[in-house]
Design a protein around this ligand. Structure first.
Ligand SMILES: [Zn+2]
Length: 150
């Protein structure tokens, strides 16, 4: 089998997928947007950076190691900031940075996948940042710049 530079800058299929993923997820980290204000506060205290409004990269839901056929599957990727991507890849909590169990890892992925599907976000989540994003289909009601400054 020819050695192809999968997921490199020359991999056009990958670049295309990344762009589709970015557009679908509104250019926002799917993990950052599901955090509650308390979790964000907790994370800030740990000094874990968050890149909610800066370019992220693409994270696989089911790892490519186990599901190579899902490498280019848009349904198997989410847009995610580097900090969260690294945390989840290495089984650490995106909030505390501490090691998490397989179950907790699954819990985070469940939250990420549920929290970011606009039609499925229920109104009880009024404390989450994503609920603000849900206020309008294209324009968040809060100002990202102001949010980052605070
Ligand atoms: Zn993030």
């Amino acid at each position: 089998m020819q050695k192809v530079a999968h997921r490199s800058s020359e991999d056009e299929q990958w670049q295309e997928l990344k762009e589709q993923c970015r557009l679908r997820d509104n250019g926002l980290c799917r993990c950052c947007i599901i955090l509650t204000p308390e979790e964000i506060q907790q994370r800030n205290k740990q000094g874990i950076p968050q890149y909610l409004f800066t370019p992220c990269d693409v994270a696989h839901v089911e790892s490519v190691g186990q599901h190579v056929e899902k490498t280019y599957d848009l349904d198997n990727v989410v847009y995610m900031c580097r900090a969260d991507h690294d945390a989840l890849d290495s089984f650490r909590s995106p909030v505390t940075g501490k090691a998490i169990s397989k179950e907790e890892h699954q819990y985070w992925w469940d939250r990420i996948l549920k929290g970011s599907v606009p039609n499925k976000v229920n109104n009880n989540n009024s404390n989450t940042v994503s609920s603000y994003l849900d206020q309008g289909p294209t324009k968040p009601r809060f100002d990202p710049e102001a949010w980052l400054d605070s």
